[in-house]
Write a protein that binds this ligand. Sequence first.
Ligand SMILES: [Zn+2]
Length: 104
Amino acid sequence: MARIRKGDTVTVLSGKDRGKAGKVLRVWPEEGRALVERINLVRHFERRSQQHPSGGIVEREGALAISKLAPICPTCRGPSRAGWLVSPDGGKQRICRRCKGILG
Ligand SMILES: [Zn+2]
């Protein structure tokens, strides 16, 4: 199971977008990469098409390494290191290592 999931709000720990936060749009757990809303924008040149009637430069999110991201804990409102809590029935829940709150 990945530390980061789609729909999480995460903060960026390093790189040019360090300190910024956004919502996770997509995760590729095998590759250890994720796409975060408005983070790591990369410019693409689009040809005029039906999807992009005016063509030109569009900005798109580029994938980032999951290791550079930390989930924001809704309880202590800070970037947290996610840990795992194994329940007696064998299920796993993500918890914040700082406040022990459930991250979901
Ligand atoms: Zn917390």
